[in-house]
Design a protein around this ligand. Structure first.
Ligand code: MSP
Length: 500
């Protein structure tokens, strides 16, 4: 089966922060998990380079939009290997191939009769690049996200006849209750639609930094329409000589933050309908990482730089933390202090210790040779159905839920070591069979959790795989007892303690 997952494409008006890394890590976890299951995966990310947010930022910095885009796009591109994102392509909306494909699709929308010329009058946030409706406005005509004053815009634009899709969108939501996930976001999108849809601006005439409207060269497309199409256009040129649209379109998952719900859950499906293209299967809407109670954002200035965290703790720790402290789908606060506490208590003490303790005991008592004996029914039971459970959760992009299910088994294994106390058994020759069973059972558990944690912690699990004698980590071996190890090396601390 094919699996196509995307992140939002990032604005290039400033450098990346942890909030951006968050969307990308989530998508990466899904991509890695599906590859482990042997699926045909395509994972897309990239940068959103046109439009007012970038034009304004460039003006402020005294540079050109192209220069700013080149500089910041590179920073997002560089972020990907740092967070171990395994994207198959990195799109830039300034790629000429993208612009051309946008023109083709929107020409079709035009030719299908969903575009007309009209006059826009209303409120606009230049940071969101969003025309706000009356019920999206904060007191004092301010943007509810950026808290800046909205501008009153009046211009002659090309319009997209969104209102014509009212009924079709209502039907889509009624027929596909998991089109948008989680449930509360589905409800939010659905009530936005049932509130009545108004037509939206498709072009801007007062801006030149954008994709030219093919039927009216005085206009460029409103940035959101060009940006949304990246998910489709990228497939047409990501792989020279091959049109990947046949293999991967429609997308399985668009991962997005809640601030861009309206565009992805309302405008995007309507636009695809207007162009006669198949719709994505799911849009997963995650919440915000908050710092001091506010959305971490470049305009508010309260950002955590993922590079700083990775330099000190490694990217696995960051990837783990993002989905451990805040449940994926909800908003939640993050802080350096909470990060360090979880690093210490869960990564170093629980997981790291489990790996070093058990492999060290095996080395000491059995020369690293895994006893070939029956596994303890207590652990057989504790792991029963785990592989299926994790896969089912990740099929719904429940990244935190799946991690929690795995972590409960990490804890169970630690408890098992404490209960069986192999160091006591080792003192009594008569208890050798019990020691054999305890060691074999816990090592098998370590293999299973290592396999399941591959998408979350690609680095550390690769180290563990080597120490465990190189077992195949394909998902088909996820069941407890499915693949018994023979020889295991001692594992050095996976998450060294940080003393300063
Ligand atoms: N360019 C648009 C998306 C176009 S997609 C066709 C955009 N870019 S963005 O750079 O502002 O945001 C990209 C993603 O990062 C969004 O999903 C946004 O929700 C996410 N995050 C930015 N700050 C965030 C947090 N503090 N917390 C979690 N995610 C947030 O929007």
């Amino acid at each position: 089966m094919s699996f196509y997952v995307t992140t939002p494409i990032f604005y290039v008006n400033a450098a990346p922060h942890l909030g951006h890394a968050y969307s990308a890590i989530a998508a990466d976890i899904l991509a890695r998990h599906q590859r482990q299951r042997g699926e045909d995966v395509f994972f897309l990310t990239g940068t959103d380079e046109f439009g007012e947010p970038v034009a304004l930022a460039a003006e402020k910095l005294g540079t050109t939009p192209q220069e700013l885009a080149d500089q910041n796009s590179q920073r997002f591109r560089d972020l990907m290997p740092r967070i171990d994102a395994s994207n198959d392509f990195f799109i830039r909306t300034t790629d000429p191939e993208h612009g051309k494909a946008v023109q083709e699709v929107l020409q079709r929308v035009h030719d299908n009769g969903y575009v007309y010329k009209g006059k826009y009058e209303g409120w606009y946030c230049p940071r969101c690049a969003d025309f706000k409706t009356e019920n999206e406005i904060e007191d004092g005509n301010r943007c509810p996200i950026h808290h800046i004053e909205l501008t009153r815009e009046e211009e002659e634009n090309w319009f997209f006849a969104l209102s014509k899709f009212q009924e079709q969108l209502e039907r889509l939501y009624a027929d596909q209750p998991d089109f948008v996930m989680p449930r509360h976001r589905y409800n939010e999108a659905r009530s936005f639609i049932s509130g009545g849809l108004q037509d939206v601006s498709l072009s801007r005439s007062q801006l030149t930094w954008g994709v030219t409207v093919p039927w009216d060269s005085e206009h460029v497309f409103y940035v959101w329409f060009d940006a949304l199409l990246n998910y489709y256009t990228a497939l047409s040129y990501a792989k020279p000589g091959e049109d990947l649209r046949e293999r991967f379109w429609p997308a399985t998952f668009h991962i997005i933050g809640k601030d861009i719900l309206k565009f992805h859950c309302v405008f995007w499906p309507a636009m695809l309908m207007a162009a006669g293209l198949p719709l994505p299967e799911h849009v997963f809407v995650h919440g915000y990482l908050l710092l001091d109670g506010e959305k971490m954002s470049k305009s508010l200035g309260n950002v955590l730089d993922p590079n700083v965290v990775i330099d000190r703790f490694g990217s696995d720790a960051l990837r783990f933390y993002c989905f451990r402290d805040v449940s994926f789908g909800q908003d939640g606060s993050v802080s350096t202090l909470q990060f360090e506490q979880r690093y210490e208590s869960e990564l170093a003490n629980e997981f790291g210790n489990l790996a070093s303790r058990t492999t060290n005991m095996l080395a000491r008592y059995r020369d690293g040779v895994v006893p070939d004996v029956a596994l303890d029914p207590a652990l057989v039971e504790a792991f029963a159905g785990l592989g299926e459970e994790v896969a089912a959760l990740l099929d719904r992009a429940e990244v935190s839920g799946a991690l929690d299910a795995i972590w409960q088994r990490v804890r169970r294994l630690n408890a098992y070591v404490a209960e069986t106390a192999p160091w006591q058994l080792a003192k009594d020759e008569a208890k050798a069979p019990e020691l054999d069973r305890a060691l074999a059972s816990v090592i098998e558990g370590l293999r299973v959790v290592t396999l399941l944690l591959v998408p979350y912690m690609p680095d550390v699990t690769a180290k563990l795989q080597a120490a465990l004698g190189g077992p195949d980590l394909a998902y088909e071996h996820a069941a407890y007892g499915a693949q018994r190890l023979t020889k295991v090396d001692k594992v050095e601390p996976l998450f060294p303690r940080k003393t300063e």
